[in-house]
Design a protein around this ligand. Structure first.
Ligand SMILES: Cc1cc2nc3c(=O)[nH]c(=O)nc-3n(C[C@H](O)[C@H](O)[C@H](O)COP(=O)(O)OP(=O)(O)OC[C@H]3O[C@@H](n4cnc5c(N)ncnc54)[C@H](O)[C@@H]3O)c2cc1C
Length: 479
């Protein structure tokens, strides 16, 4: 076969000769896919349908050896490289046009040691894979709220889930990673080995290499916990938010909640009479004993007369997947968000004004206010690369649309909403829930705040050519 057109790290076109690709094919245990090959279309698809990218080659890695060879190949040919874990990056960082996609989805093993309370998780596993294996032993580790998200991208950025107030972020429960760095070397990073790298991967995103395995500490959770899910009328919104804010001051760490704004999704388990109604929905959980959970979440259910109250004991695994249908793969999405030290009256007003029915750009324009704090807030902001520890709240804004002609109003709604909140937010933001590609004011220096310079030095040490650049990119030495 003739040489194929590819794209370099610098964004320039390059001819990639077939011999080189054939020698890669011969080495791998996994496969190499090119346009026209069976499986190419499925492999290149991302959760966010807005990003329709066509890599020149897709390497579907079967194990660490394949990852090493793919990294060496991309580096030696100076190919633009995208690493795909769960494929949920909002800006679509896990694919690229013309470069190499290193797809880890076949590397999804999870090994649990119940005695040691540790889970070893491969770099392509999803949250559902982790919860399935750990819950068999009544154990869990903090991750996120939607079970088809990838463990890798979620953890490398921080990892905010239902257990964040009791046990911290996903990164706060990470004991070690195995990571293939840009020189093609597999390194183990932990408190005692490559400590600098271990610090950087806890919040610094995919900047430092390809994580082939994560080692997480586990905690006793479930299998039954108490979920508090209550829909309130928008007319009560201002009062509900203020009562919630008061409740949160003394809320036990076991209780975690967020409030979602926007038209209720038109899928079960939303009751039919509420589907499409612009209500506010409190989504809370208590991760301890379900009876204590029912007692301690009671105030969350009585801020006003609910439109619906779906609260009750439920398996932790159901809690982890109950929202899956609200954010399915395929449609177009945009995502942005801010971290707030306090939920001030001004921030409440901005949220309410921007979620009035008249200003929403479509029937699937949502925003969520997350309560943070607890264990995740008690970690020193310099202890890991994730710097936003002072935040007590996060607002994430995520519109979705099907008609490409409506992309612009959806994106502009989200951006202007976030700009208004930015006046009251921390400078730092959560890299996993903010698409910053077209912003003039955002970037790694802002996202990582006081931790940025240290990250830039570590980047220069482990990835001087910036091979891993499709992320909230930290340039080597910050340049
Ligand atoms: C539906 C949905 C729900 C979400 N819910 C939550 C939530 O509850 N809590 C939360 O904290 N966040 C949440 N997020 C944000 C989520 O954390 C990020 O989108 C995250 O990047 C997803 O990881 P992924 O592996 O699926 O993504 P990918 O798109 O595969 O990767 C994201 C980034 O990580 C890099 N990467 C992926 N795998 C590896 C690896 N093995 N080694 C090195 N780099 C790698 C990629 O190159 C890319 O830069 C959600 C996102 C979506 C779309």
């Amino acid at each position: 076969m003739a040489a194929m057109e590819a794209v370099t790290l610098a964004g320039t076109p390059k001819a990639l000769d077939d011999e080189a690709i054939q020698s890669l094919v011969a080495t791998l245990r996994g496969s190499v896919l090119r346009a026209g090959d069976d499986g190419y279309e499925d492999a290149r698809a991302l959760w966010n349908g807005f990003h329709d990218r066509r890599p020149a080659v897709i390497v579907r890695a079967s194990g660490t050896a394949d990852v090493i060879d793919a990294v060496n190949f991309a580096r030696d040919h100076e190919l633009l490289l995208a690493v795909k874990g769960g494929g949920h990056s909002l800006p679509g960082y896990s694919s690229c046009d013309g470069g190499m996609m290193l797809d880890l989805s076949a590397m999804n093993a999870v090994l649990v040691d119940p005695g040691e309370r540790v889970a070893r998780v491969q770099g392509g596993a999803l949250l559902a894979d982790l919860d399935r294996e750990t819950q068999a032993f009544g154990l869990a580790t903090p991750s996120g709220n939607i079970s088809h998200t990838g463990i890798a991208g979620l953890t490398l950025g921080g990892g905010f889930g239902h257990l964040r107030r009791k046990y911290g972020l996903a990164i706060d429960n990470l004991r070690a990673v195995d990571i293939v760095t840009a020189d093609g070397v597999l390194r183990r990073a932990s408190e005692s080995e490559h400590h600098d790298l271990f610090w950087a991967v806890r919040g610094g995103g995919g900047n430092f290499g390809v994580v082939t395995s994560f080692e997480f500490e586990l905690h006793e959770v479930g299998p039954l916990i108490f979920g508090a899910t209550v829909a309130y009328d928008r007319r009560d919104a201002s009062s509900v938010l203020r009562q919630w804010r008061d409740f949160n001051v003394t809320a036990p760490d076991e209780v975690t909640a967020m409030i979602a704004f926007g038209p209720a999704p038109q899928v079960p388990p939303i009751p039919e009479n509420l589907q499409g109604v612009n209500a506010l929905t409190l989504l809370g959980a208590h991760c301890g004993d379900p009876e204590a959970g029912e007692r301690e979440t009671k105030p969350l259910r009585s801020f006003a007369t609910p439109l619906a109250d779906l609260s009750g004991p439920l398996p932790y695994r159901i809690l982890q997947s109950v929202g899956d249908a609200f954010e399915p793969p395929g449609p177009s999405y945009y995502g942005t968000g801010v971290l707030l030290e306090k939920l001030t009256d001004q921030a409440i007003d901005i949220v309410l004004q921007n979620t009035e029915t008249a200003v929403l750009p479509g029937p699937s324009a949502w925003c969520r206010v997350w309560h943070l704090g607890g264990a995740m807030g008690r970690v020193d902001p310099a202890a890991t690369a994730f710097a936003g520890r002072k935040a007590e709240y996060m607002v994430d804004i995520m519109p979705r649309w099907d008609d490409p002609d409506t992309a612009e109003p959806h994106i502009e709604w989200a951006r202007s909403f976030a700009r208004e909140l930015d006046r009251y937010s921390l400078d730092e933001y959560y890299v996993n829930l903010r698409d910053t590609r077209e912003s003039e004011t955002d970037g790694a220096a802002r996202a990582f705040g006081p931790n940025f310079e240290r990250l830039a030095r570590i980047k220069a040490k482990y990835d001087p050519m910036n091979l891993f650049r499709l992320n909230q990119n930290v340039r080597p030495n910050g340049r």
